[in-house]
Design a protein around this ligand. Structure first.
Ligand SMILES: Nc1ncnc2c1ncn2[C@@H]1O[C@H](COP(=O)(O)OP(=O)(O)OP(=O)(O)O)[C@@H](O)[C@H]1O
Length: 794
């Protein structure tokens, strides 16, 4: 946050030494000898100064603006908001500065020449245009001097320029990393370019800078940036892969708050199409990458479907080889799923919780191994044959992969890992370097977005069988696309939907409730507590207290933080993720005397806390949505701490990872998460909060996904109307074209565009069938807990 300069203290002083310099940000801790200071009650000759700094020079003089704060361990220090290199104020000083030895090839004589020719503003003149040094020194020396000045002062100038526009030093530092000395020019003369290229500068920020610097409202670059930003916002907020031309024009006009600009928007779209940043396919306008992903997905699916069977297996051989786990009696649909799964080159298996998806996967894998063993007899090299046709299992998240390993008994991995995707880089495995194996099974396919799907399919060699497993009624992917639902709707793949619920005992009444919700209603007995689920309907303001009581009761019953998950749709509000996390942390992991902790933003992390990873970090094989537990808090000065910084150690299912303080933005507390973040995970007990304050967030798939995270017991807290409204409201439709691509003749797509308005999108009717619940034999979840326990004594 930028403080108004008037409130800041100013210290002018000489940098004595850099105590700490972060290796991957510009954060530094400096020791400064004070020349002049506006600080009240400060009589020490030195002060510790912390903040974001360029390549500061020991011995140089700087002016620091900031606020004195008290660090719990290191005492008072100046936290800097901005700073300036105090260049010498007179000619003699400036000559000394140039001749100080930090600029190679420049002695006293040359320094004098520079100051003679360029005067007191020499530094800025050189930074603006190195040709001012022509004739004063050799071009090579001049270039070197300019580069050094840039290194010392260019970033500082960028910090100052950025500060004028409200950009924090971190953002300015990242801009400098990407654009070097050109960053300032780009920021001031062509800020709209950053909307396309730079993650962190929104259209609004760029436009603020552009308007200040005289870009007119109808400037083509401004309008192009607005069109592009609209396309990206709509794709990533609502999941659409395309917009119709009208929608794009209208939504861009809304962003620009100017309906008069329609002609300019049309011209901007034409230019973006010409530059291949957007693609127009029969009036559907795509961001180029999403278009490629959608087209590629359809093409690769066709390629995989056309490929011949890997070796000669007849349907009879498959039927004869079926191996069921525990000799379970599969029903007709399940047997059909096993044989179709082994017969088809690409097969889709869908079904709600407890319908036997895992059972079918286990059966298919065991049967595949049986078939391989039979075929291996005819192979030249048995070992190679078995390796070439091995089974691969993968999931979109690490937690889901771990669960897949546990329930199937076979090794599963994340899709990122399977493809060798390192951050921002192209995958190691792709069309030119495909993965190896005979059968690939992808679980939790509802989480697949179109870009990951395209990368995955491209890397699958023709002939490898693919089985895609998921629950199409769960929330669609976070990223653009509606892959699983589109594949189902296309009818282009062999598909079986498992409908009979086999789960018995704990969790079974949750499973039947899930079916009701899928059909758009709450069960008739919603308010009647079952042995594995209860409802506590309270006013929005009482939700936090009610959940607190429920959690206390659950802790008494022996539930650990790992086994219990609280779900809320949003981060803010009193019943939101942040507020509830603070409450749950105090219950599960109360602070102990003299306990070590690390603070990041408003969150305080302690040993024992349950935490959630918020970003994909493929290098460390840890992904957005993975949950872990803090096993150590290490201070920089602790003996044996190899990190040169305060850090946390987090255990993710047996894998310990270190988070230095600067990486704590990747972590948050996980006692409470959004439903999206919990997708792919299951917990013994789920407590889900919904109130009408969550408004537009309430929809059927959200409620369905939330409650189906519960394996054994479910407690619903909030307002009945909110739960009823969620059950009745279909998930907003996503505008995608994958279904049509799959069932249309190649290059002959003629279906009409049927999409809703982009903000908010319309709705689609889910075609699901009523599933008849099987025998229910409920067991106790929290049987002796009644609503009265949560309402206080009256
Ligand atoms: N034909 C069957 N006869 C008897 N029990 C069955 C049958 N099919 C599955 N089950 C049992 O039903 C339970 C749920 O099956 P499974 O775990 O395979 O379902 P799922 O669809 O993978 O569920 P989830 O998505 O919730 O993990 C398991 O205990 C399984 O053993």
């Amino acid at each position: 946050m930028a403080f108004p300069t008037a409130q800041l203290d100013k210290i002018t002083g000489t940098l004595q030494h850099v105590i700490f310099a972060s290796s991957d940000s510009y954060f530094k801790i400096l020791s400064v000898q004070i020349d002049e200071a506006t600080l009240a009650d400060w009589d020490a000759p030195e002060i510790i100064v912390t903040g974001t700094f360029a390549d500061v020079q020991e011995g140089s003089t700087y002016a620091f603006y900031g606020q004195v704060v008290r660090h719990p361990k290191y005492g008072q220090q100046l936290k800097v908001v901005r700073y300036e290199n105090e260049l010498p104020p007179d000619e003699n000083g400036l000559i000394k500065y140039f001749a100080s030895g930090q600029f190679s090839g420049i002695g006293k004589k040359t320094a004098e020449k520079i100051v003679d020719h360029l005067g007191l503003d020499a530094v800025n003149l050189i930074l603006d245009d190195v040709s001012v040094l022509d004739g004063i020194m050799k071009p090579a020396t001049a270039q070197k001097l300019a580069r050094n000045l840039q290194l010392n002062l260019g970033l500082e100038r960028l910090f100052q320029v950025g500060n004028q526009y409200g950009l924090g030093a971190d953002l300015a530092g990242r801009l400098y990393d990407q654009y070097g000395h050109e960053a300032e020019t780009i920021l001031t003369t062509d800020p709209y370019r950053l909307v396309f290229e730079f993650d962190g500068i929104s259209f609004k920020i760029a436009d603020g800078i552009g308007q200040k610097n005289g870009h007119t409202r109808d400037d083509l670059r401004r309008i192009q940036a607005a069109v592009y930003a609209t396309m990206m916002n709509v794709s990533f907020q609502y999941g659409h892969t395309f917009l119709t031309r009208d929608q794009l024009v209208q939504t861009t006009a809304q962003l620009l708050r100017d309906q008069q600009l329609e002609t300019a928007i049309t011209a901007a779209i034409a230019q973006l199409l010409k530059d291949q940043i957007l693609v127009d396919e029969d009036g559907r306008l795509y961001a180029a990458a999403l278009y490629q992903a959608e087209v590629q997905t359809a093409q690769d699916l066709r390629r995989l479907l056309r490929a011949p069977m890997p070796f000669d297996i007849t349907s009879e051989a498959i039927a004869a080889a079926v191996v069921t786990p525990g000799h379970m009696q599969l029903d007709e649909t399940q047997i059909a799923a096993v044989t179709a799964g082994l017969n088809a080159q690409v097969f889709l298996l869908t079904g709600g919780p407890g319908t036997g998806k895992t059972t079918i996967v286990r059966t298919i894998v065991a049967t595949w191994h049986q078939l391989l063993a039979q075929q291996a007899k005819y192979a030249d090299n048995t070992k190679d044959f078995l390796k070439n046709y091995a089974v691969k299992l993968a999931s979109p998240t690490g937690r889901a992969a771990k669960r897949m390993t546990e329930v199937t008994g076979y090794d599963a991995t994340t899709i990122h890992r399977l493809l060798g995707i390192a951050d921002l880089d192209e995958p190691e495995f792709n069309a030119d370097n495909p993965i190896a194996g005979g059968l690939l099974i992808i679980d939790e396919a509802s989480m697949l977005d179109i870009e990951l799907t395209a990368k995955l399919l491209a890397a699958i060699p023709s002939g490898m069988k693919v089985i895609i497993v998921g629950d199409a009624d769960q929330l669609p992917s976070v990223g653009p696309g509606n892959v699983l639902a589109d594949l189902v709707a296309s009818q282009a793949l062999a598909h079986i939907e498992l409908e009979t619920i086999y789960r018995q005992g704990r969790g079974s009444s949750i499973t039947t409730m899930a079916q009701d919700i899928k059909n758009g209603r709450l069960p008739a007995d919603f308010m009647t507590n079952q042995r594995d689920r209860s409802t506590f309907m309270v006013a929005p303001d009482q939700v936090a207290t009610a959940i607190e009581q429920v959690v206390k009761a659950a802790i008494k019953k022996g539930y650990t933080a790992d086994e219990l998950q609280i779900l809320a749709p949003m981060y803010k509000t009193t019943a939101g993720v942040h507020a509830l996390n603070a409450m749950a942390q105090a219950l599960f992991n109360p602070i102990k005397l003299a306990q070590k902790s690390l603070q990041f933003g408003e969150t305080i992390f302690r040993r024992g806390d349950k935490v959630l990873q918020l970003e994909n970090d493929s290098e460390r094989d840890i992904y957005n949505g993975d949950m872990g537990q803090i096993v150590a808090v290490q201070y920089k000065k602790d003996p044996g701490n190899t990190e040169n910084e305060d850090s946390l150690v987090v255990d993710f299912d047996g894998k310990e990872l270190v988070y230095p303080k600067k990486q704590l933005n990747q972590l948050t507390l996980a006692y409470v998460t959004t439903v999206h973040k919990a997708q792919g995970n299951e917990f013994r007990l789920v407590i889900m909060a919904l109130t009408s304050r969550f408004g537009l967030m309430l929809n059927r798939n959200l409620l369905y996904t939330g409650i189906t995270r519960a394996k054994e017991a479910l407690i619903l807290v909030g307002e009945y109307e909110a739960f009823a409204r969620a059950a009745q409201t279909p998930v907003p439709m996503r505008a995608t074209w994958l279904t049509q691509r799959l069932h249309a003749e190649e290059n002959n797509v003629t279906q009409p565009v049927a999409v809703s308005q982009p903000t908010p999108p319309g709705t689609k009717q889910l075609t699901t069938q009523l599933i008849v619940a099987q025998a229910v034999s409920p067991m106790i979840g929290m049987a002796d807990v009644t609503p009265y326990d949560f309402m206080g004594k009256t």
